[in-house]
Write a new protein. Sequence first.
Length: 92
Amino acid sequence: MGWGMLNIDITPYLGKTEKLNITLPDYVIQQIDRFVREHNIKNRSPFLTDAALKAASEGRPSGVKPVGAAAHPSGSKLPRHRGCGLPNSCIT
């Protein structure tokens, strides 16, 4: 007997949905939109839900520096904010 994997959509078991208003740098939104478009995801919500659940399951605290963050659109190596790891120019 061997092992197998089964991909199950758990969204019906997550409970009632709520609308959330968040503020993100334009570049981050562009990256999310590109990923959603390239992977034929319905909209941003499933992407953000999956990302949040993955981060929570990995036990990463909020404000942790993003792993493998994409380069800033200018291509420059901007100084990073100590709290979140984003380029200082992206922080308002």
